[in-house]
Design a protein around this ligand. Structure first.
Ligand code: NAG
Ligand code: NAG
Ligand code: NAG
Length: 429
């Protein structure tokens, strides 16, 4: 190898590195989703590739990245949702709550005449969600959507709910659980009360219904004896009583703004404390781990969750009585179920939780947990923590015919193999 040759190689190398350094790296906008869209930030809606299967268009992280990138010139919609909300651009309050802009470079976006860096694009108040009445569901439930209002009556939905208006319990709901959910923002405000839409005519407050000693009284009057009720509703160990659980949990959403929108009573059910903090929570975590698993094929999941029947407790004469926290309202569901559906593979699974530490069985479909690895490493059969069954979607439809139609070709296993689409190789001539 000659000296000149080496010199030439060095030159090529130098030009190559220079090329990288001079690359127009500023021709994209990059947004760190962990920190950028918080507090009084507007919602960022994107009309490009990131539109979810159900049409929502939040700017979201993909599985292996917390940085969202946009090309220069790419359009983004900014929305300061909320009835009296407005933009506050660098201290300049504008009388609008929706602006279409586009990426300039780095963290700069053009909104009309001027460019602003993202941290200067703010709303007057925190973005607010709302509930929209969109008619009815099969079985006569009221169909409601939690989401964000856009001008011209457009609505960005987050959770679709079918609420049994007469008893005030969701029969089922659905939402998209995005891949990479583990990159979600952390919500600090745990004491934020649930919004009460549709629950305003109850004789007592939610705090009343969800206090253990009151539950002994309420259940006591159903069973004909407070003493009998107190054998089942035990306040001293603070685990055998009913807590308010969000069927679509805040932690299944990426942005704080979305997480706060899970806080509506229409999204809640009574569940035994030991079960809520036992296998139900365990299951929620397993599903999020699966959604974020980078060895999995990239795809968002669709979750359906709902309730089935009303749980019972035996009275003095061992007659089983249905348990409600209010006269024929706020029933304690007997079973709580959750469908995890992978729309690209068209595979799904149904988990069924027995919401009663004193009952065991769900005999209406064949349990397939053993085929799936979903319940490895934890005890799904511990009744005090909530006994869990797995069913195929097909089998579950025989039990629960109101489940919306979607095409399922197989059972979703936790270790479903990742088969990337093979790259076609041109035949050699
Ligand atoms: C607008 O934002 C600035 C900070 O950029 C803040 O000082 C000001 O109080 C805000 N104005 C309103 C009306 O929210
Ligand atoms: C919920 O289910 C309904 C009916 O199948 C569907 O139209 C809607 O897009 C789903 N919503 C979500 C968020 O997946
Ligand atoms: C991710 O998936 C792979 C393949 O199925 C599995 O071996 C691994 O344990 C999973 N990781 C987590 C955190 O679930």
């Amino acid at each position: 190898m000659s000296f000149l040759d080496t010199k030439f190689k060095l030159l090529v190398c130098f030009l190559y590195i220079l090329g990288i350094l001079l690359q127009p790296s500023e021709s994209v906008c990059s947004i760190d989703l962990r920190s950028a869209i918080m507090g009084k930030s507007p919602l960022l809606l994107h009309s490009g590739d990131n539109v979810l299967p159900d049409g929502t268009a939040f700017l979201l992280p993909r599985m292996n990245s917390v940085i969202a990138t946009l090309h220069a010139g790419e359009e983004v919609e900014f929305l300061c949702a909320g009835a009296s909300n407005k933009f506050n651009l660098s201290g300049d309050v504008r009388d609008v709550n929706y602006i279409q802009g586009y990426c300039v470079s780095g963290s700069n976006f053009n909104l009309g005449q001027h460019s602003y860096s993202l941290d200067k694009i703010s709303c007057k108040e925190e973005v607010k969600s709302s509930v929209k009445d969109v008619g009815s569901c099969t079985g006569g439930s009221k169909r409601l959507q939690i989401g964000f209002s856009k001008p011209n009556n457009e609505f960005i939905k987050l959770i679709d709910i079918c609420l049994k208006g007469s008893s005030l319990i969701p029969s089922y709901l659905n939402y998209t659980l995005v891949e990479g959910i583990d990159n979600r923002q952390m919500l600090e405000e745990v004491d934020n009360p649930d919004k009460t839409d549709y629950f305003n005519n109850l004789p007592n407050s939610m705090q009343y219904y969800y206090t253990c000693s009151n539950q002994q009284t309420i259940v006591g009057s159903i069973l004909g004896s407070k003493a009998v009720a107190s054998q089942k509703i035990v306040c001293s160990d603070s685990s055998n009583y009913f807590v308010k659980v969000h069927l679509a949990p805040s932690s299944d959403f990426v942005y704080q703004q979305q997480q706060r929108s899970a806080r509506y009573l229409i999204n809640t059910i009574p569940m035994w404390e030991s079960i809520a903090n036992g296998n139900w929570q365990k299951l929620e975590n397993e599903i999020r781990l699966y959604a974020s698993n980078i060895s999995r094929e990239s795809s968002d999941l669709i979750i359906y969750a709902g309730t089935l029947d009303v749980t019972t407790l035996p009275d003095n004469n061992r007659v089983q009585k249905s348990i409600y926290l209010e006269n024929n309202k706020l029933p304690v569901p007997q079973w709580v179920w959750k469908v995890v559906y992978e729309p690209q593979a068209r595979e799904g699974i149904v988990f069924i939780l027995v919401n009663n530490p004193y009952h065991l069985k769900f005999a209406r479909c064949r349990c397939v947990c053993a085929q799936t690895k979903w319940t490895l490493g934890w005890n799904r059969q511990e009744k005090n923590k909530g006994y869990i069954y797995c069913c195929t979607v097909e089998n579950f439809r025989n039990v629960y015919s109101a489940l919306p139609q979607f095409e399922v070709t197989g059972l979703l296993k936790k270790d479903r193999p990742y088969n990337p689409i093979p790259v076609e190789i041109e035949p050699q001539k």
